[in-house]
Each structure stands twice: as C-alpha cells, then as structure tokens.
Design a protein around this ligand. Structure first.
Ligand code: GLN
Length: 546
C-alpha cells in the first residue's frame, strides 16, 4: 500500500562534520512549526549493528531512545529541535540491514534465489523507511543518509532512496543535498567545484537534488549560488546558503528566511499552516542575551572530543538559559585529576558534573572530583557513572577505606557498593546487554530530586549494567546518602543524594537525553540553580551569596 507520508531525503556531499544532522533537525522544526507531524530516520552506512559498542572517540555520544535503542547522536539533535520522541525504528545501520538480510537468507525466505545488494539489501532499507512511515503516522518523514556521497558503503542506501521516488511517486519525495563550500585564502573566494562534483556523483546514481543547502564558514555571494544552480540544475532559490551559525538553534530561522519552508510545502504539496517560529525565535534571542558567566566543570574520560557528551553539554546550556546564566564549561580529563596539583582544575568551578562512562580509566580522578564537591559543598550532578562515583566516594568516607568500589573496577572489593544485580551476573558479550531505555522512577518527597521534579513518578532513560548495591542502602542512608528516587517496587536506587550538602545528586539514568532548549530538564535546572549561588574566584572556596 502506498504510504500517505511525504519523504525528504537528505544526503551529504564534499566532507562530513558540517552539521548535516543539525540541518535535518532544523528542517524538522520548520515543518513542525507549520503544523506538520514529523518523524526522522538516520541511515548509517557502517557495519556495526548499532553504535552502542563504538568508542565515543570514534563516533561521539551514543544517544538512547525512550524504547531503549542505542543510536547515533544525530537523534539527539532531532529530538531537541523537533521535540519529538523517536524510537528504535529511527536509526538503521548497514550492520542491522545485513543481519536481517542474512537471517532471512538462512531461513530460506528468498526461496533459493541469489541474495544480492539489489534488490535484497535495498528492499530491506526501503522496508525500514516505509515501516517508520506506517508506525509513526507522521505527515513527513525526513531521512538522513550518514556519510558523504561517494562512500562505498553508502551506495546501497543511496540506491534505496533513489528507488523510493518511483515507489511513492515523485511529487511525494524531495531530495536535499547538504554540501560545503571551502574558502581559499589566497584568492579570497569560496569554491563551488567540490559541490558540483558531489552533485555530479549523486546524479550518476540517479538522484537529482531538488534543494542544495550550502554550508560555509563565510558569507556566500549571490554569484556562487547562481553558479551552483546552473551547474547542478536546480532553481536558484533552491540553493540555500547556510553559513556557520554562532548558535545551532538559529538554523531553523535561517532556513525560513531563505524561504526554504515555503519551497518544501509547495514541492510536496503539504496542507501546511503558515509558519510559527515565534516562540523558537524568542528562545534563540534569550540564548544570545548577555549573562553573567557560570563556570561548570565536566569531569570525564572522553573530554577531548566534546561530541562525546553532546547531550550533557546541551542540557547544561538549556538550564543556563532558564537561569539567565552563561554556562561556561571546563572539560577536565578525569585522569588529570589523578596527578599532583589536581585541585587547580576544579578551583574555579561553581558546579561539577561527572557524566556517564565505562571502564576503569580515570575512575580515581572522578572520585577525587566527587570528594572535592562534597567537602567544599560545590553542587555536583552525577549522571549514571557519575552517580556510582558519588556513592563510591561517600562509602569510602563512611567506611574509612579506599577499598569501597564498583565491581566493574575492582571485582575483589570488600565493599562492593555498586555491583551487578542478581540475575545479571551470567550476562556476557558487549552489545545490547544493558538496562536500556525508559524505566519508571518514584520520587521521594521533600528531597532535592523530589522538589526539582515536582512529580511523584517519572520515566527516565537508562544505559548501564551496574546498580547501587542494596546491601549498603540502610547503612549509607543512615550516614546521609538518601535514596531519593526508587524503582516502583523499591528494588533499585535510581537517584541518590547527599542530605547535608547544598546539591549533590546522582542519577542511575541519563536525564540529559530528555532536556529540550525550551524545557530544561528539572535536575539540570535545579543543579544550575544551585550552582548560581556559588561564587568562586581563583582558588577560593565558595562564598555563599545567600
Ligand atoms: N559503567 C557503568 C555501568 O555500566 C555506568 C554506565 C554509564 O555511565 N552509562 O553501570
């Protein structure tokens, strides 16, 4: 059956890392602001079945959907910009496609035929796209193909989206190509040739782009647009300049100003309302206002690549806007805190965040950061691993020994305050063996967390194996570590916080996946609210304002 949805396919040309994901997210926001329902899918041509097992250094953050899928970080942009909840159907990798095709071949589904890239792999890809259209009931499905045109592994995906034009009809499909215009210093000009080549490559596969979004770090002159239009055979108004924005949330307005929204509505014949980006624009204006700086230290293992903590960074910024503070992040490598003079890095911070992570490297540095936050009463937010670190540090001080630990880092510890739960111990293998996605959490009234949420139950996203060990719950609670969020059966500590501290809260889940620019996450909001009251100067300890 022909789907009722319309499709926008977005490909990339010239180079990667030019913000194709943000462009896609912005297209989604524009359409939503014109009354359309939108869903988004990322097609990733790599052979990993999902990005869950990839190092954050390779691929940045792993974004977790509410239904527990480990996905590409672009899904985070889509959720934040469009304010939609995406699902496992929204991220498809070549590894995932090939596993399905091979499983079908083994089952004999192809009736003895030769299994081939075309049609079997391309059919599988098209099936996934149509499946999302059917399940989401969205008016528009935006599909982003990862990588750039010309990548060998991307070919089956490009072929599949080419076939979609015939499958659903050419009036229901729009091809958008995102390219990059390099700037040549010597002649002071932007070059269009790589874009021309990239479009030529795309056309050799049978895809003629309808719209070309030109990314550039410099102003794009009219002549460059005209040249691209002529050589690439698109309407001049469909060559949209997308100069590097100071703030990524400006991109939807930039696209609207270039009349992109109108063009999409017209081409796809959508029953759209006129655009309403007013609230969005007000929000962006608020972001650009001058505010007092608020220095926040993020102590982690993968700090060299800030994309590893992209949702954490965004959540802190969202909360900063809400509290009218310019959050200034200092990224501190946890291992650096294991060296002499380690306090220096934390000396100026009004708040400390320890985000999620895996493995032993840097753990002792993170424990130092937690100790520092506890002793100097600096607001602390621990996210998953950061919560476990906070528990370990507190237990070490209560038990008077550095041996308290998580069994992830020390299997023989006499105080396994963080451990695998019974029933989890037999699990081996790396992919998909964690507690993933939404789980309910009951909040304890009159706690920092309970007050921040102002709700009795919330659902939050998880991605971890280890848990707070209940054997120590009573003892640590008596000593001042309050379990302020529990699974509804009371069996799992989901949030822990220090009773005698302005704000030291750790969550077993990842609240950063739910923050929105116009709706900061309550815990990030409360953390920044508390950090706002901490004035630091050089190495000075806190000077409470109130
Ligand atoms: N490594 C820890 C665990 O598996 C924490 C995971 C995380 O921070 N996402 O439980």
């Amino acid at each position: 059956m022909k789907p009722t949805a319309k499709f926008i396919f977005v490909t990339g040309g010239v180079v990667s890392s030019v913000g194709k994901g943000i462009a896609v997210a912005s297209i989604g926001r524009i359409l939503k602001s014109r009354g359309q329902t939108v869903s988004v899918q990322k097609l990733d041509p790599y052979l990993n079945v999902d990005p869950g097992t990839m190092s954050p250094y390779q691929h940045g953050e792993v974004f977790v959907t509410a239904d527990g899928c480990e996905t590409d970080l672009d899904l985070g942009h889509y959720e934040r910009f469009i304010d939609v909840e995406l699902s496992r159907d929204c991220n498809v990798t070549a590894g995932d496609i090939y596993s399905s095709v091979i499983a079908k071949e083994r089952r004999g589904d192809y009736l003895g035929g030769t299994t081939q890239v075309i049609p079997h792999v391309t059919n599988e890809i098209r099936g996934r796209i149509l499946n999302l259209a059917e399940k989401s009931h969205a008016d528009v499905i935006i599909v982003e193909v990862g990588g750039t045109v010309g990548d060998i592994e991307g070919l089956p995906f490009l072929e599949a989206i080419r076939q979609m034009r015939n499958e659903v009809g050419k009036d229901d499909v729009l091809y958008v190509h995102v390219t990059y215009l390099p700037y040549i210093m010597a002649t002071r000009e932007l070059k269009t040739k790589p874009t021309q080549h990239s479009v030529k490559e795309l056309r050799s596969i049978g895809i003629q782009p309808d719209v070309i979004l030109c990314r550039s770090d410099y102003e794009i002159p009219e002549s460059a647009r005209a040249k691209i239009a002529l050589f690439c055979d698109v309407k001049p108004e469909a060559v949209i300049p997308l100069e590097t924005a100071e703030n990524i949330y400006e991109v939807p307005s930039t696209l609207e100003e270039a009349n992109f929204g109108e063009q999409v509505i017209e081409s796809l014949r959508l029953q759209a309302l006129s655009t309403d980006l007013v609230d969005w624009r007000i929000m962006v204006e608020k972001m650009t206002e001058e505010h007092d700086p608020l220095p926040i230290a993020v102590v982690g293992k993968y700090v060299d690549l800030h994309d590893s903590y992209i949702s954490v960074r965004e959540s802190l910024q969202h909360a900063g806007i809400h509290h009218e503070r310019a959050v200034e992040l200092t990224w501190i490598s946890a291992e650096d805190l294991e060296q002499d003079g380690w306090e220096q890095g934390l000396a100026g911070a009004s708040g400390i965040v320890v985000p999620g992570g895996f493995g032993e490297r840097g753990i002792e540095g993170m424990v130092r950061a937690a100790r520092y936050a506890r002793e100097f009463e600096i607001p602390y937010l621990g996210l998953c691993l950061g919560m476990q670190i906070m528990v370990i540090e507190f237990a070490r001080s209560v038990f008077g020994t550095n041996e308290a630990n998580s069994t992830e880092f020390d299997l023989e510890t006499p105080y396994p305050v963080i451990a695998l739960m019974p029933g989890q111990r037999e699990v081996d293998g790396m992919g998909g063996t964690m507690r993933l996605g939404n789980y309910p959490c009951d909040l304890v009234a009159e706690t920092r967390a309970g007050n921040a949420y102002n709700a009795s139950t919330v659902a939050e996203r998880h991605r971890h194996r280890y848990e707070f060990n209940n054997q120590y719950r009573e003892q640590l609670s008596d000593a001042g570590l309050t379990p302020s969020g529990l699974s509804p059966d009371g069996a799992l500590v989901e949030i822990a916080e220090l009773r005698d501290h302005p704000f030291m809260v750790g969550t077993q889940f990842h609240p950063e996946f739910r923050s929105r620019p116009n709706r900061p996450h309550p815990l990030f909001g409360a953390f920044i609210g508390s950090a706002k009251g901490v004035l630091r100067e050089g190495g000075q300890h806190k000077l409470p304002i109130t």
